[in-house]
Design a protein around this ligand. Structure first.
Ligand code: PMP
Length: 338
């Protein structure tokens, strides 16, 4: 990359291959389309779009719909092009060159990338021999490295570990650093505690429409925090980034959240089924509260899945992440892994 500045010379473009045919269990997507009533409303709204006008850059109606879902003021919400955009804004807004960011590892790979783009250092905290992350250890590390940002992904991508509200509170109350709670998968877990951000001034919660709401296609994420932190993200965000269509579709989806409950419950049931089936077969696999499972597997089995057009995500040292699919897809996976 001829014109890339030297700090970034080791950067590799983020890439996930577009798969058109087969069983796609590599990106933590929903195996289902949005529910019928959501799609029906979307169809109607497309006809009423003012195509020749810029979007509402303050995403007012969408913020209102999200705020209503949580019973909070709309001033505590902002939206972006996926939670990726808002995470990126936070890193760029907060970090100076040489600052540190603390988080568990393995976790969502973009945390490290965003840290490096801000010329900061991501300090990883590893799990124990059972791939479990420790909150007391995180608190110890906070005292040791004095980070500017502490990241908790709950449930954690890719390991699936869920941190309770009490656990994250312990971290928040142990530091003045900004605590970023990435709750991308929390709709599949015990409790969505995104409003916790309003009880403190050092917390931003990030959520996405890409997972439980089955809308990665529209690229929409949001942050919940106090007004000051929301203003900070808005100051950095590109103008008009969230399209009119995305805003309309997002408003419909979140206001019809209850229509999704059936498919969310189904994914949770399938997750437990897949976990127990794989555990019974002797795989080293970890309990998960997300829509994916993390396990050790022989590389030859991965090759066999690929031959059968079943795509899962390969990580380091023989670890893999399998997105929970529909029952049919999960059965196919289990059949090939027999
Ligand atoms: N956080 C986590 C933990 C993720 O896994 C992802 C996407 N895979 C994101 C954030 C970004 O999601 P999006 O940009 O689609 O909202």
């Amino acid at each position: 990359m001829k014109y890339m500045k030297s700090n970034f010379s080791q950067m590799v473009p983020y890439h996930s291959k577009m798969i058109e045919d087969g069983i796609i269990l590599n990106s933590n997507e929903s195996p289902f389309e949005p529910p019928f009533d959501v799609k029906d409303e979307i169809k109607k709204t497309i006809l009423n779009t003012e195509w020749n006008r810029y979007p509402d850059m303050d995403t007012n109606l969408l913020n209102e719909a999200i705020a209503k879902h949580y019973g909070i003021p709309k001033e505590n919400v902002t939206c972006g092009v996926g939670s990726d955009e808002l995470l990126d804004c936070m890193f760029r807004a907060v970090l100076n060159e040489g600052d540190t960011v603390l988080g568990f590892s393995p976790s969502f790979s973009m945390y490290q990338v965003f840290s490096e783009l801000a010329l900061a250092k991501y300090i990883p905290i590893l799990g124990d021999e059972n791939m479990q992350f420790s909150i007391p250890l995180m608190i110890e590390k906070i005292k040791e490295v004095n980070p500017k940002i502490v990241l908790i992904c709950s449930p954690n991508n890719p390991t699936g570990q869920y941190f309770t509200k009490e656990e994250v509170k312990r971290v928040i109350e142990a530091t003045d650093a900004l605590v970023a709670l990435d709750l991308a998968y929390i709709d599949f877990a015990y409790e969505d505690y995104a409003t916790i951000a309003l009880d403190y001034d050092n917390v931003i919660c990030f959520k996405t429409f890409s997972k439980a709401l089955a809308l990665p296609s529209i690229r929409l994420g949001y942050a919940i925090s106090n007004k000051d932190n929301i203003d900070m993200l808005n100051a950095i965000k590109a103008p008009y980034s969230v399209t009119t269509l995305t805003q309309k579709i997002g408003s419909i989806a979140i206001s019809k959240f209850s229509s999704y409950q059936g498919q969310i419950n189904l994914i949770k049931r399938e997750r437990e089924y897949l976990y127990h089936e794989l555990k019974k077969r002797g795989y080293q696999i970890y309990p998960s509260e997300a829509n994916f499972l993390f396990l050790y597997m022989d590389d030859s089995l991965y090759e066999k899945l690929l031959e059968n057009k079943i795509y899962i995500r390969k990580f380091k040292n023989g670890t893999y992440r399998i997105t929970v699919g529909s029952h049919y897809e999960n059965e196919k996976l289990l059949e090939v892994l027999k």
